[in-house]
Design a protein around this ligand. Structure first.
Ligand code: SER
Length: 388
């Protein structure tokens, strides 16, 4: 099943169960929202989870692009991407958690063909504020799926305050041997789908109050499930990356981890630019700048002649089309090239500053901080320049 088929199957399944499809938002949260980027499908729906009636009803489904800055350092491993898509379903004060889990289980096994023997789930075991999630526990026991109870790992929130609740996470076994251990005991269990019983609100003082309605918010990482269903060992090998894996290596021969980083960061940068962000020294623009500088650092390590202007148009177009963004590819290319120029100037400055007598010996942590804060020289770049 390719990624498009997976999306269609998901949407149709939920539509058959009375859900209305809503259009996903961009990566840019509404003004006044404290987060930099949309981090999950529920994020743009916060007012409706808090009780405002949604014009399309109480059952919703969508595909939402997300960016989690907290995951940036994980990118390059087998399961994390910078920009990823999340398939989501919601009950806005309608059906309860066990119903959501039951539908989820059936879609995974009957719809996507996942072997039930490769599933494990986790359920909230209870803490001093909220009791154990017995509804989810009983549902899973009834379906014969092994359950692990945890506390912190099964509590979901989008920030320190706001809507939150216990969750039940569904894991898929990715090992070559028969499944063993539990999700917290073996990282060959990979989380694919989270069902949050979103019925509390955390206040500034840490206390919890009930939301006006009992919601369910689910999120399924599209590229992650897609790669697992396609029998690929990493998210970078699912079909959405096919054009990148075909066109990047002839242009820039890279080792596998570098290919992953460059492919992920450039694809993410295109989406972020397509949503209207431009490189800058603060906020969203700085995240974009960091992505591009990491790419350039990796590319230039082996060959200083490499440049983003060489990026095939097909990759820009494929990404913009996939995310239904209307920006012309030439505009994206111009942003990339301008940023590259700024980076080149920074490199020149870096070489000049590092040639000062003060920096001739080994660099201390203080030196690295100073070089970053005063001269805008990222640590990675300084260490690279020193190694050269
Ligand atoms: N909000 C939950 C998550 O992001 C489920 O969608 O995991």
């Amino acid at each position: 099943m390719n990624t498009d088929q997976l999306v269609r199957t998901f949407l149709e399944y939920y539509q058959e169960h009375g859900h209305h499809r809503i259009t996903g938002s961009t990566l840019i949260p509404p003004p006044g929202d404290p987060v930099l980027f949309t981090t999950s499908g529920m994020h743009p729906l916060t007012p409706y989870l808090e009780g405002r009636p949604h014009p399309l009803g109480r059952r919703l489904v969508n595909v939402q692009r997300c960016l989690r800055t907290t995951d940036l350092d994980e990118v390059g491993d087998l399961t994390h991407l910078t920009v990823f898509e999340m398939l989501g379903s919601w009950s806005l004060g309608d059906y309860e958690g066990p119903q959501s889990l039951d539908w989820g289980y059936r879609l995974l096994t009957d719809g996507f063909g996942v072997d039930p023997g490769r599933l494990h789930v986790t359920v909230f075991g209870g803490d001093e504020q909220v009791g154990p999630d017995t509804g989810s526990l009983e549902l899973w026991e009834g379906l014969g799926v092994p359950v692990e109870l945890t506390v912190e790992d099964n509590w979901w929130s989008n920030g320190p305050t706001g809507p939150c609740g216990p969750d039940s996470e569904i894991f898929l076994w990715t090992g070559d041997t028969p499944p063993e251990s539990t999700p917290t005991g073996d990282d060959r269990w990979v989380e694919v789908w989270n069902h949050v019983m979103m019925r509390h609100r955390r206040l500034d003082d840490g206390s919890l109050v009930p939301l006006p309605q009992r919601n369910v918010d689910t999120g399924l990482g599209l590229e992650r499930l897609s790669s697992l269903l396609q029998g690929r060992s990493s998210v970078f090998e699912c079909d959405v990356f096919d054009p990148w894996r075909r066109l990047l290596p002839p242009l820039w021969p890279l080792d596998e981890p570098s290919l992953r980083l460059v492919g992920d960061h450039l694809r993410s940068a295109v989406v972020v630019i397509g949503d209207g962000v431009r490189p800058s020294n603060t906020g969203r623009g700085y995240v974009l700048r960091r992505l591009l500088r990491r790419v350039l650092t990796v590319l230039r390590r082996d060959d200083p002649g490499r440049g983003l202007g060489d990026l095939p148009e097909e990759l820009l177009r494929h990404t913009l089309d996939h995310f239904r963004q209307e920006l012309p590819p030439e505009v994206v290319r111009r942003v990339l090239i301008d940023e590259e120029r700024r980076f080149d100037l920074l490199l020149e400055r870096g070489r000049r500053v590092l040639s000062r007598p003060r920096f001739r010996g080994p660099l201390s942590e203080d030196d690295l901080h100073y070089l970053h804060d005063t001269h805008g020289l990222p640590r990675e770049l300084v260490l690279d320049l020193r190694g050269a």
